[in-house]
Design a protein around this ligand. Structure first.
Ligand code: HEC
Ligand code: HEC
Ligand code: HEC
Ligand code: HEC
Ligand code: HEC
Ligand code: HEC
Ligand code: HEC
Ligand code: HEC
Ligand code: HEC
Length: 396
């Protein structure tokens, strides 16, 4: 047992390397046979004409696209490598599980007039296996737009190419955001030069928010509602009060505390709790900082640390504000000896002054009450006065 048989080890190594080579060749191969071989292992046996192999025997080839009545083209060639790498093929989801109307060739006559209609018809297939996302999408802003017949609103396959979709966590935040850019390109362009977007796109920074961190994915809501506006403060604060993230960038985590302590924040956060449906005209984070174009406050051209830029932000709601106006406001600072010393010392002064004054007042009042009670209940001793030799009781 203990004796090592060198010949056997040699054989095993040879076998292992042969298997490795086969594996590499296998995974590099683009042939439809590979996809077919995979699907032959499927749990549900398929008939000849509905196997992936049968479908791909035509669809792997370059075909003239089908023209829809709208004039749009339906490209019917399927990239076999992409499909083999897709999350669906990796999980043995077959062509006919999504295309249940196809049982071979010729195919049934198409009813869709446009590409959008065609995609909507096919989306029905997703519901069977992804019920949660389908229900969520129905209740979202995009879903409502689809219900209203908006032909620009996204179907599942606008965001997920069913023939090449990867696992979502194999994709970066930037790749997710690019999906949105297909339709919201203007916003994506604006975002891409913001402090958040630049960090993500140039440095692949995953700490900054992409589109879906602020809007959600299948639950995207209308951004013009009071609910969205009032709760947006916490959207920003979620990250900006998290020291584990902010310390890396040397950014203050007091931005929420200081905001809630000022007149704007006090009202907004009160509304958020008591009347979330009531819109407020007080400033939320993005009124001052921007939305998709947020910049570092130290940006030399547009940063809010530059007084003139800050003033412009204030003037959108305080049109009469003059250069000195922001001075009446502490920004996100908690006053200290260096920053806002006057406010700091005045606050300190009051911290001692108020207890002393109030305490003194209280002492005075208490002692006064005591004196009066004493006067009332403790009768003074009769004082004897002598009038011309007689003793007179003064209490009579
Ligand atoms: C003999 C070749 C051939 C085979 C086999 C074949 N197709 Fe097709 N397919 C075509 C051609 C040609 C078109 C375009 C004309 C048309 O729509 O009939 C097409 C169109 C399609 C379309 C787009 C239009 C539509 O009707 O939805 C889908 C989806 C499709 N095929 C899926 C499949 C699936 C799934 C299989 C396997 C069950 C399959 N095809 C087998 C040739 C084939
Ligand atoms: C996960 C579901 C799913 C699987 C698996 C799937 N398809 Fe599709 N397929 C769709 C959807 C959804 C559409 C319509 C949306 C679109 O255009 O991408 C579509 C569209 C098509 C089209 C029309 C052209 C196009 O791209 O719009 C063809 C052809 C097609 N599929 C063939 C196939 C073949 C062949 C297979 C198997 C190798 C397959 N599909 C596997 C969901 C799927
Ligand atoms: C506007 C684009 C968009 C639309 C429309 C959309 N998705 Fe998604 N979906 C995404 C993005 C982006 C992710 C990645 C989310 C993440 O990383 O958390 C995702 C994630 C998923 C996931 C992975 C699990 C999860 O919830 O994160 C599934 C499954 C899914 N989508 C299915 C669907 C189905 C089914 C539909 C149609 C009913 C659909 N999606 C519509 C963009 C979209
Ligand atoms: C027959 C069932 C089936 C159908 C139909 C189907 N899928 Fe899937 N899908 C799966 C399976 C299985 C996975 C892998 C899930 C896993 O491993 O967690 C998957 C994964 C996904 C993922 C990645 C999920 C993740 O967690 O990363 C997305 C996105 C997705 N599907 C979208 C779609 C869309 C869009 C459609 C409709 C065009 C569709 N699927 C139709 C079975 C299906
Ligand atoms: C296929 C096109 C398409 C894709 C892809 C798409 N959207 Fe949209 N989206 C629309 C349309 C159309 C509207 C309604 C018109 C508008 O407000 O621009 C809309 C509306 C919105 C709204 C609501 C705007 C409002 O008025 O309050 C938000 C938020 C939004 N999309 C975010 C996203 C995000 C995030 C993604 C990526 C995950 C995305 N969209 C992907 C087409 C798309
Ligand atoms: C830091 C959070 C944040 C990020 C990141 C973000 N958004 Fe927004 N977005 C908002 C807020 C807040 C509003 C509401 C603005 C308002 O009410 O004026 C908004 C509004 C919108 C609207 C509707 C209003 C409009 O201008 O049309 C769309 C569409 C939209 N965002 C899409 C996107 C897309 C696409 C991305 C990614 C490129 C993205 N957003 C990234 C916070 C964000
Ligand atoms: C997913 C987490 C996350 C969310 C949500 C988020 N941020 Fe940020 N933000 C960051 C990170 C990380 C940085 C630092 C980026 C860098 O410097 O590279 C940053 C940077 C900033 C800066 C620049 C600070 C400076 O001067 O350098 C401002 C201003 C800012 N965010 C405001 C906001 C506002 C307003 C919102 C809400 C509309 C918001 N952020 C939402 C993570 C987030
Ligand atoms: C009334 C306008 C206004 C509002 C509302 C506001 N900010 Fe600011 N914020 C500023 C100004 C101005 C600065 C620059 C600080 C300075 O130099 O005074 C700043 C600085 C910042 C910084 C940089 C901090 C650092 O360490 O350099 C971040 C991050 C930030 N704000 C996030 C937020 C968040 C999150 C909210 C909402 C909870 C918010 N801000 C609300 C005006 C505002
Ligand atoms: C989105 C609108 C909006 C923005 C932007 C805004 N404010 Fe205000 N602010 C208000 C409203 C509304 C009030 C309450 C006014 C009232 O009750 O008379 C207020 C009140 C104030 C007050 C209390 C004194 C007063 O006039 O009632 C000060 C000080 C103030 N803001 C400073 C600022 C500064 C400094 C900026 C810029 C950095 C700024 N605000 C930006 C909406 C805004």
């Amino acid at each position: 047992m203990k004796r090592i048989n060198l010949l056997n080890i040699g054989r095993i190594l040879l076998l292992l390397s042969a298997m490795g080579l086969l594996f590499i060749v296998g995974s590099m191969s683009n042939s439809p046979e590979r996809v077919a071989a995979q699907s032959e292992d499927d749990l549900q046996p398929q008939s000849e004409s509905t196997s992936n192999f049968a479908c791909l025997s035509c669809h792997a080839e370059a075909y003239t696209p089908v023209q829809l009545p709208s004039g749009e083209n339906l490209f019917i060639q399927i990239d076999v490598t992409d499909f083999a790498n897709s999350v669906h093929d990796r999980n043995q989801v077959t062509c006919v599980q999504c295309h249940s109307d196809k049982t071979g060739f010729p195919h049934p006559i198409k009813t869709a007039n446009t590409l959008h209609e065609y995609q909507l018809e096919r989306d029905v297939a997703c519901v069977e296996c992804h019920e949660l996302q389908s229900t969520q999408t129905k209740d979202s802003m995009h879903g409502h737009l689809l219900d209203q017949g908006n032909t620009n609103a996204p179907t599942c396959s606008n965001c997920h190419d069913p023939h090449s979709q990867a696992y979502v966590d194999e994709l970066t935040k930037d790749q997710h955001s690019e999906v949105c850019a297909n339709c919201h390109n203007g916003i994506y362009q604006e975002y891409s030069i913001s402090v958040h977007g630049e960090a993500m796109i140039n440095d692949n920074n995953q700490d900054v928010p992409g589109c879906i961190d602020c809007h959600g994915v299948h639950t995207i809501s209308d951004t013009s509602t009071a609910e969205f506006r009032n709760s947006s403060v916490y959207l920003c604060a979620d990250c900006h009060t998290n020291a584990a993230i902010m310390d890396t960038y040397g950014l203050s985590t007091q931005v929420l505390d200081t905001y809630v302590a000022d007149f704007h924040g006090t009202t907004v956060t009160l509304f958020e709790i008591t009347e979330p449906g009531q819109i407020t005209n007080k400033a939320v984070c993005y009124d001052c900082h921007g939305i998709h174009n947020i910049l570092s406050v130290n940006d030399p051209n547009k940063g809010l640390s530059v007084k003139q830029n800050m003033l412009v932000a204030c003037q959108s709601c305080h049109p009469d504000a003059t250069t000195n106006f922001p001075d009446s406001w502490l920004s996100h600072y908690i006053p200290d000896k260096d920053k806002y010393p006057i406010v700091f010392y005045v606050t300190e002064f009051y911290k001692y002054m108020i207890p002393v004054v109030l305490g003194g007042m209280a002492l005075f009042v208490v002692s006064d009450i005591y004196r009066r009670l004493r006067m009332k209940f403790i009768k003074p001793k009769p004082v004897a006065v002598t009038v011309e030799g007689e003793e007179v009781n003064t209490n009579e």
